[in-house]
Ligand binder design. Structure first.
Ligand code: ADP
Ligand code: MG
Length: 913
């Protein structure tokens, strides 16, 4: 057996743990046993000096899951025949699992993909491919910097990363030992980079294949694979062979060698290293990040787009969680993509909006579609499982059930009116004041609406539905080889076998009555037991009446069990028939599963389309529930929002009602001034920089995030919680949340704050939206104030980006007088008997009061301390009132500020001050 073990182990990918089936256990041996025992916290035993570690077969799933989570590959070696004494059982590896390639429901989240990622560097270009075996999603892209690579990885969060063995530098980068540059640090900084943002000198270049721990400091699971499989020539061959095409141009991969390398290696790794069936990977989508609104990892995190910042916060406290009302896992995954990769062009956004609007207006159809979709479940994963031979009979039944919903979805969609040409009314009568330049003109004319396109992609595969319906019983068991799967009447030979079995059983059922009559033993019973088979049981009291031809078989507590030759014969017939019919049922099941393959492309496309419909219906449902409006998107550079609400807090606030607020911003781009007047922001030009001051807890952070979230949502094609909104497209959303607001992440170092700021200042354009919260708080007051001051100036004078700047430095309000496009706002508070009431309303004008004492009182600082502080403050204020009655800063403070003003004033701006 050890020879068998060695042979099998020798054929495995390096680093795979071999689980070797021995009776009711999976055993690991030698170093696998040591490693397994450590990872699973199991006992390490020894037999003849061989270290062993066993886990029970029936609980294997959970243990395997833990090994995968630890980043390990796991090879499962099963017994291919029943054990017979004295004979070596035939064993073979039946599956090789890895974190990025498994179908274990317990570890898959229905709302997210489970990607295996491959990376290939070619000169300055990095190719990046993602494959999800469970959904058949296969995408590839190219990026031109390590920072962009980290951003993309952070967005997608693959379950496993595969690098070429030789790519030591890349492995080091991904292990988090060395941040690529200032930008990478901010763009991709995972939780690991906070404490030591400086390059750790002389960190050993860990071999990417190092077996010790595949889990990197950044939290990625890194594995490596032969470099030659990434070489473009090999990879090209692999892909052409896989897709059975002569050229990859059709995939948009012409001259994309790095992308080809990554995608080809992914297929090679799955088929050769993990020996997977990948026929269901029928699509490969090339995309470029420039096709989408750029959201770096920092922004995704700060805006809590996909997950809450605080680990233990409820799911609904992030944007995805709050908006997710999808009813299928495909829809949930699609929504996740849409939110993390919003669109960057007006047309496709309007297409989605038009679809959402149709659903909003046609409530009955919306409900019908969602009701039908609810029953579809995870069609995408079901069909993937079935096509890679992992699916069971329940998957077939689920597939049929899902396909049965398709006609219902189609019927509901058919009731939607086609958007009449030219009358699509994007901004419609709802937004007369917004004008919606160009929306209505281009939409709906001759182009079928997105809903129509998606409806056209739905296939209900009636033959397959019928086939499964005829073949499979309604609630089949999980086990595939024990019968009970196939309906009567589906297959003549199965019916025949079943009849034989049934007749045998009837014969046995009659036997009991017969033998009672024949022997006069009224308590005689026919028994069945899976080990001993059929028998006639006679109680002790009646043993003297047992006929001679009964053969004693077994003694039980209450009496004896017997068989007769004819019972034995009938037993043979029944069991033979049952065994053969179970076998035949399995074969028939395989045949039905095979039939699915013929429809696979249509089903995959249907699943995709249903996912998109679900995501669109989701936006519509949310819009109806929370009174959202269709934002008017365009290519100017304005953001004008009436009564905007924070999409997450608006839904979750229970104690107070969320107070809506307006926004008007205009970038300094070419269309800025023209747009501002057309946008109805009032006679005044919309400012480029909104500088928001106000006491702690007033709602500054909430407001500026709200504007960013609404902008993001508009790019994703969703409706936004506001009474009206005009949101021109931005090229990037940048965020920087000040140090103390970000403490939980442990990212409080000033260095991180500044490198994130550097990233913004270096990369923002006049088309960007920038959200800066409490910039400079991580250092001393005057340091921070000076930095904040010069940053605003730079954004105003050089960058021109639309900016929301929340700060507790009320000195900054001075800037509004000096810079034309900076405007002061504050969050209104009302003082009431020396308490403060937060009104949550953003109003024009600066503040010069911080209400710190009132906030301290709200927070429960002892009354005596609060009273004393008030007395001190009064003293300070009395001596510091200006002739106009305004509060003046303390002398030292004022002197510093005046100095700053003098230094900061750029000569050309003196004109305005
Ligand atoms: P700041 O940044 O000014 O210190 P926050 O934005 O963190 O204040 O807001 C503090 C709290 O006030 C939030 O947690 C939220 O509960 C509440 N809040 C903020 N804005 C609003 C609003 N517009 N309507 C209702 N409550 C709000
Ligand atoms: Mg704040």
């Amino acid at each position: 057996m050890m020879a068998q073990y060695r042979r099998i182990k020798g054929g495995l990918p390096a680093g795979a743990l071999l689980l070797f089936r021995l009776g009711d256990f999976y055993e690991m041996f030698f170093e696998d046993a040591q490693e397994g025992a450590r990872l699973l916290n199991l006992a390490l035993t020894r037999r003849q000096e061989v270290p062993m570690c066993g886990l029970p077969y029936h609980a294997a799933g959970g243990y395997i899951g833990r090994l995968l989570r630890a980043g390990r590959k796991v090879a499962i070696c099963d017994q291919l025949e029943d054990a017979r004494p004295g004979k070596l059982v035939k064993r073979e590896v039946t599956q090789i699992l890895s974190p990025g390639a498994h179908f274990d429901e317990r570890m898959l989240a229905s709302g997210r993909n489970n990607y295996l990622a491959t990376i290939h560097r070619l000169g300055p270009t990095l190719g990046l491919a993602f494959v999800d075996l469970t959904t058949a999603d296969f995408m590839v892209t190219e990026v031109d910097s390590e920072a962009a690579l980290l951003t993309e990885l952070d967005r997608v969060r693959p379950a496993e990363l595969i690098l070429p063995l030789e790519a030591v530098e890349l492995a080091t980068l991904l292990r988090g030992a060395r941040p690529a540059s200032g930008e990478a640090l901010s763009a991709g900084a995972g939780p690991a980079t906070d404490s030591s943002p400086m390059p750790s000198a002389g960190a050993p270049a860990a071999s990417p294949g190092a077996r010790s721990s595949p889990v990197s400091g950044r939290g990625w699971i890194l594995n490596s694979y032969d470099g030659w499989t990434f070489a473009p020539e090999t990879a090209q061959f692999t892909l052409r062979d896989h897709f059975k095409v002569a050229s990859l141009d059709g995939f948009g991969l012409r001259n994309r060698s790095a992308a080809v390398g990554a995608a080809g290696a992914a297929v090679h790794y799955l088929t050769h290293e993990l020996r997977r069936e990948v026929g269901h990977l029928t699509r490969l989508a090339f995309y470029q990040s420039s096709d989408f609104l750029v959201l770096d990892a920092t922004t995704l995190r700060h805006l809590e787009v996909l997950e809450p910042m605080h680990r233990d916060a409820p799911r609904e406290s992030c944007l995805y969680g709050a908006l997710n009302r999808t009813v299928t896992p495909m829809g949930a995954r699609r929504l996740r993509d849409w939110l993390s990769q919003p669109l960057a062009a007006v047309e496709p956004i309007r297409e989605r909006q038009a679809a959402v609007q149709l659903f909003v207006e046609q409530a009955a159809a919306l409900t019908q579609v969602r009701e039908a979709l609810k029953e579809v479940r995870d069609l995408e994963r079901t069909v993937s499982r079935l096509s890679v031979g992992a699916g069971n009979a329940r998957d077939l039944v689920a597939l049929r059930h899902a396909l049965l919903q398709v006609p219902k979805v189609r019927a509901a969609l058919a009731t939607l009116p086609e958007v009449p040409a030219g009358a699509a009314g994007a901004a419609g009568p709802e937004f007369p004041e917004l004008g919606g330049a160009g929306c209505a003109a281009t939409e709906g004319r001759g182009v079928p609406s997105l809903v129509r396109v998606l409806a056209g992609q739905l296939a209900d595969c009636p033959e397959l539905v019928d086939h499964i319906g005829r073949a499979m019983v309604d609630g089949p068991p999980l086990a595939l080889k024990e019968g009970g799967l196939i309906r009567d009447g589906y297959d003549a030979s199965l019916d025949e076998l079943r009849r034989a079995g049934r007749e045998g059983k009837d014969w046995i059922a009659r036997l009991q009555q017969q033998e009672i009559e024949r022997t006069g033993i009224a308590s005689l019973k026919v028994r069945f037991n899976s080990v001993f088979g059929y028998s006639l049981e006679v109680t002790k009291a009646n043993l003297d009446k047992v006929p001679r031809h009964y053969i004693r078989k077994q003694t039980v507590a209450s009496g004896e069990r017997f068989i007769t030759p004819e019972l034995k014969e009938m037993e043979g017939k029944i069991l033979g028939a049952e065994e053969r019919s179970a076998k035949l049922e399995y074969e028939l099941f395989l045949r039905v599963r095979e039939a699915v393959l013929a429809c696979r492309p249509q089903i995959q496309q249907t699943a995709q389309a249903l996912g998109q419909l679900d995501a669109l219906a989701n936006f519509a449902e949310g819009a109806r529930l929370h009174n959202c409006c269709r934002p008017d998107v365009g290519n100017d550079s304005q953001i004008v929002i009436r009564d905007g609400r924070h999409p997450v807090l608006d839904q979750s606030l229970t104690e107070e009602r969320f107070v809506p607020n307006d926004t008007a911003l205009a970038g300094r781009g070419p269309g800025a001034s023209a747009g501002a007047s057309a946008g109805g922001a009032g006679p005044e030009l919309a400012p480029q920089v909104m500088l928001i001051t106000g006491p702690n807890m007033a709602g500054k952070s909430t407001y500026i995030r709200q504007v960013a979230l609404l902008t993001l949502l508009a790019h994703a094609g969703g409706f936004v919680p506001a009474t009206s909104a005009r949101i021109d497209l931005v090229d990037r959303i940048f965020t920087r949340i000040g140090a103390s607001d970000d403490l939980v992440r442990g990212q409080s170092t000033f260095m991180v704050e500044m490198s994130e700021t550097a990233n913004i200042l270096n990369n923002a354009t006049s088309r960007s939206l920038i959200v800066l919260d409490e910039i400079g708080r991580g250092t001393s007051t005057f340091d921070g104030l000076s930095l904040a001051w010069s940053i605003v100036e730079h954004l105003h004078n050089q960058v021109g980006a639309k900016t929301l700047f929340a700060t507790h430095y009320h000195e900054l309000t001075e800037l509004a007088g000096r810079l034309t496009r900076v405007k002061n706002f504050n969050v209104a508070v009302r003082e009431w008997r020396d308490q403060i009431v937060f009104l949550r309303k953003i109003v024009p004008g600066g503040t010069d009061k911080s209400y710190g004492i009132q906030v301290a009182r709200l927070a429960g600082v002892p009354q005596s301390v609060v009273e004393r502080a008030k007395a001190i403050l009064r003293n300070l204020e009395e001596s510091e009132l200006t002739p106009e009655g305004n509060v003046r800063q303390s002398a030292r403070h004022r002197a510093e500020r005046d100095k700053l003003k003098a230094l900061a004033a750029p000569p050309q701006l003196d004109l305005f001050s």
